[in-house]
Design a protein around this ligand. Structure first.
Ligand SMILES: Nc1ncnc2c1ncn2[C@@H]1O[C@H](COP(=O)(O)OP(=O)(O)OP(=O)(O)O)[C@@H](O)[C@H]1O
Ligand SMILES: [Mg+2]
Length: 255
């Protein structure tokens, strides 16, 4: 019987959750959860509030630990694993949060170069060259020297996206990245993400309430309820002909 990591490799899976359980007190948030994501895929997680979507992303960021089960990323083990192994695997994953969490006392450029220099050991020049390319990608080439407080929320979120990409992650986790934005700023951020989805081979795991966006970029949609994936498939299927009553209820509430 091969180890789970070998199985994941055989099956061409970049991320695999196997029998993952996570509780807070007597609240079982993830209940023997199994799912996997293949390399380069764009997967959207949907489900009611409290169904554990953010918890899944936090586990991948190693901001929380499962109670049991295994999590593998790119053939390496994230849980259970020793600190050294976990840190190596964790390097491949970047995340953008609802609240952008930029460093307020640093320029836009420095926000993007800080981790590549400190964690990846890039030279300042290399990191700056890459940061300027990324600022160009997110449409902010002319704001390199600004401070976060001088930017709109949408611009700050685009800097946060550039900052995550600067670490060259294989996996980009996006947790409701437009839900703290004024409505007129949402489209600009979604356009940048569409661009990234189209022009890079980065694997995306995305929690969003923007169903049109999810329909556009997703290869696959996973519907969560009560700590499990209750239904999954291509967006045309899930949004147009959901099988589960629970999915239909959820979609009729959000669409
Ligand atoms: N640190 C924590 N301590 C206690 N309970 C927690 C903690 N983090 C999450 N929970 C609980 O776990 C459940 C799942 O939370 P999670 O944030 O993963 O849901 P979600 O699907 O992202 O919801 P939403 O759509 O509202 O963002 C909720 O009931 C929440 O209250
Ligand atoms: Mg959440």
């Amino acid at each position: 019987m091969p180890a789970d990591t070998d199985l994941a490799k055989q099956n061409d899976e970049l991320i695999r959750f196997t029998n993952v359980t996570k509780s807070f007190g007597d609240n079982t948030v993830l209940d023997d959860l199994c799912f996997s994501v293949r390399p380069g895929r764009h997967v959207t997680l949907i489900g009611p509030s409290g169904s554990g979507k953010t918890t899944i992303l936090r586990l991948l960021m190693t901001l929380a630990s499962p109670d049991s089960g295994t999590i593998d990323v790119n053939g390496g083990r994230l849980f259970p694993a020793d600190e050294k192994e976990r840190r190596e695997v964790r390097k491949k994953i970047g995340m953008v949060f609802q609240q952008f969490n930029l460093f307020p006392n640093m320029t836009v450029l420095r926000n993007i170069t800080e981790a590549p220099v400190r964690v990846l050991g890039l030279s300042k020049d290399e990191a700056e060259e890459r940061a300027r390319e990324l600022l160009d990608l997110v449409g902010l080439a002319d704001r390199a020297d600004a401070r976060p407080s001088q930017l709109s929320g949408g611009q700050q979120q685009r800097v946060a996206i550039a900052r995550a990409l600067a670490m060259r992650p294989q996996v980009l986790l996006l947790d409701e990245v437009t839900s703290a934005l004024d409505p007129e700023l949402v489209a600009g951020v979604l356009d940048v993400l569409r661009d990234i989805a189209r022009t890079t081979d980065i694997t995306m795991l995305c929690v969003t309430h923007e169903m049109n966006f999810a329909r556009d970029i997703s290869d696959e949609v996973l519907m969560f309820d009560a700590g499990k994936v209750i239904e999954s498939g291509p967006p045309e299927k899930i949004f147009s002909e959901p099988e589960h009553e629970r999915t239909r209820e959820f979609l009729s509430a959000v669409l």
